[in-house]
Design a binder for this molecule. Sequence first.
Ligand code: APR
Length: 237
Amino acid sequence: MAAARIVVLTGAGLSAESGLGTFRGKGGLWEEYDLEEVATPEGFARNPTKVHGFYNMRRGWLQQAAPNAAHFALARLEQEHGGEVLTVTQNIDALHEAAGCRNLIHMHGELARALCAACGASHPWTEDLSLGTDCPACGESGTMRPDVVWFGEMPRQMERIYEALGVCDLFVSIGTSGTVYPAAGFVAEAHRAGAHTVELNLDPSEGASLFAETHYGAATDIVPAYVDALLQGKARR
Ligand code: APR
């Protein structure tokens, strides 16, 4: 029998125990910051300095953060499963790749990259974008922005994601509240394709009832345990 094709969707809860805050719920980033101001194209047009400040702050947090046991478990799944494992993350940190994950889509972009609004080139970036550096590709000035997807913008590589969801045998959603589309709709897409669907989260997400199997607890506990069970053939795939 061919090895199961697996799509894993991850959200902020996966990186919470690496010290990166989640967005919703008590202490979430959207409690302190107005997302209309810091995470929309309109907010950026109104006040680029404020938006750059928000992402500079988060870039600083990233420098302190290291992958946790859940990131390493998912990298191990990719390496040891023997069939395709595609990880689609909503996270803009770089912790999946730091743990060794390679077949990865950053659907909401990457904090450690900058995008030129004039020519569309994306570059690795660690500096303060408000300094107004010229685009290294086209030379335009004042056109660089964080290479992240803001509310109202199209997430990245959607065609490839839907293609994988349409043929997957197993869909696993980890550490996401299931409130932001299109990612929140992936479980229904996988279900339509006949996949077994699993939610791993601290507590039931908005869409918990859409999953066939659920496990609740901290990602660093439940993800390694679930990956072990999968690799040992003890979990449904
Ligand atoms: N282990 C597992 N799950 C956790 C943990 C943990 N240690 N800590 C928190 N969680 C869960 C929460 O219970 C919540 O359901 O992670 C989820 C985080 O939800 P959100 O903060 O809404 O993050 P996410 O779903 O990734 O947000 C989606 O919204 O703001 C936008 O672009 C941003 O990519 C983000 C998108």
